[in-house]
Design a protein around this ligand. Structure first.
Ligand SMILES: [Fe+2]
Length: 457
């Protein structure tokens, strides 16, 4: 594991200081609560003494927090980009049987402890000679939590089941699909002669981590009560409006008075039978003291739990749009439910690392080299420029905000698959960072001080 212990210890210390500040414990109080030797707390929070499991256990026992609140994540990508070579992926190969017969060959590709990707290369071992969703050779799974973006290579049949209906979609190279959690699915090959595999890029996004842990405590009834209707915009808007009214003890009459809208109109909008126009939306948001975006929850465009995008329907565009293009980009399957997921096929057209070809995103990024042509990649991390050659079947994880530039490496035109996803740094968190005073962001990332000065002002 590529971990810098000193960095991990330093970040653990900063979390401990931050938690003690939140609980208004200075060093002496923290030492007394945690049973520490006098004068040692500043060594822990300064990263000069590692936070032990015993200390975590004690803190979670005497303070109203959880062990994980004090545990940093491991940084396994200190150079900003982490490559997994095709031969490393091949070394992770394992065949999984279904109904006593080999069904899939799985290989791991680039993952990181910083992002929720679980991207697999999967070869279909079951060959079928039809497109029948009820073919008895098709072995279905139970569905899984993680969202799944799938890129198809070769003659692969994709099967998905939603609310009791089973479907088969014959796919070719370049087709893609994005699917909701817990929908049963399966894949087979239509030919035993041609390569038939998929890149199954699963990820949890906002569903894993703190939200799942919180809801597992609150229970399924509360989780169901909090669920918004992601298939009906009016119902979803009604759901968030009712939440704000309940939270602020605002009645329909009070909202009508605050917004100047007719009471009947407010009743219709809050009840989901009338759709607010832009002006009404702004007035409702002002009346509730929230941003208009809070009243516009995302809805899904999936049908049968999935969005399918065929290569034959796609129109690539050039990046940049003026001058000599560096890349031809094709949009792959996505969904409005996930505005921070971008799935792209990128054909590299240039043999030079040009500034116009520099790609920077706020999203976590996954790269896989499709086809047979290698690509050169250049990236900058902590002011240092790195270059590597990515061969066919190599994959990489890239941290947010790390600029990437691609160029050809062998004369041909490399084809890349990019899947970019949001992490825990939501739009809300980004806005909160931007609202902090000078110096706030540095302390948020690594709290380094008591919340007050012992010596006074
Ligand atoms: Fe899956």
């Amino acid at each position: 594991m590529d971990v810098t212990p000193d960095d991990f210890t330093r970040r653990a210390g900063a979390l401990l200081r931050s938690a003690a500040n939140d609980l208004k414990r200075d060093d002496e109080n923290a030492e007394r609560d945690l049973g520490l030797e006098p004068g040692t707390f500043h060594e822990y929070v300064g990263g000069r003494r590692p936070v032990s499991w015993e200390l975590l256990r004690r803190a979670a026992c005497v303070w109203p927090l959880n062990e994980r609140d004090l545990l940093p994540v491991h940084d396994d990508c200190p150079l900003g980009l982490r490559i997994v070579r095709a031969k490393e992926s091949a070394a992770s190969s394992r065949v999984v049987d279904r109904a006593g017969r080999p069904y899939y060959e799985y290989r791991d590709t680039a993952m990181s402890r910083i992002a929720s990707y679980r991207p697999e290369w999967i070869r279909m071992l079951q060959v079928v000679d039809d497109d029948d969703a009820d073919n008895p050779d098709v072995q279905w799974n139970h569905g899984h939590l993680l969202y799944q973006f799938t890129y198809f290579v070769g003659p692969v049949n994709y099967y998905h089941r939603w609310n009791g209906g089973s479907h088969c979609v014959p796919m070719r190279t370049g087709d893609s699909v994005w699917g909701l959690p817990f929908a049963p699915h399966s894949f087979t090959a239509r030919s035993g002669e041609e390569p038939a595999y998929i890149l199954a890029l699963t990820y949890g996004g906002e569903l894993v981590g703190d939200a799942q842990r919180e809801l597992s405590v609150l229970g399924p009834a509360t989780a169901r009560a909090l669920a918004l209707d992601a298939r009906d915009r009016d119902a979803a808007t009604s759901g968030v409006l009712q939440s704000f009214l309940a939270a602020g003890l605002v009645t329909g009459a009070e909202l009508a008075a605050r917004t100047g809208l007719a009471p009947d109109r407010v009743t219709g909008i809050v009840g989901g039978t009338a759709r607010p126009d832009r002006d009404e939306l702004d007035r409702l948001a002002d009346g509730l003291g929230v941003s208009a975006r809070e009243l516009l929850p995302p809805v899904t465009a999936t049908r049968g739990g999935v969005t399918v995008r065929f290569a034959r329907d796609a129109t690539p565009w050039h990046v940049p749009s003026t001058g000599a293009p560096a890349y031809a980009v094709t949009r792959l399957a996505d969904d409005p439910l996930h505005p921070n997921t971008s799935a792209l096929q990128v054909d590299v057209l240039t043999d030079e690392m040009r500034p116009e070809g520099r790609l920077t995103t706020a999203q976590h990024q996954y790269v896989y080299v499709l086809g047979t042509e290698p690509a050169r990649v250049m990236w900058v991390a902590d002011g240092t420029t790195h270059t590597e050659v990515l061969e066919a079947g190599d994959s990489a994880y890239v941290k947010p905000d790390v600029p990437l530039t691609f160029a050809t490496a062998g004369g041909g035109a490399p084809r890349l698959l990019l899947l970019r996803i949001g992490g825990a740094v939501s739009t809300g968190v980004r806005s909160a960072l931007g609202a902090m005073p000078e110096g706030g962001i540095q302390r948020y990332v690594a709290e380094d001080r008591l919340w007050y000065s012992r010596e006074g002002n």
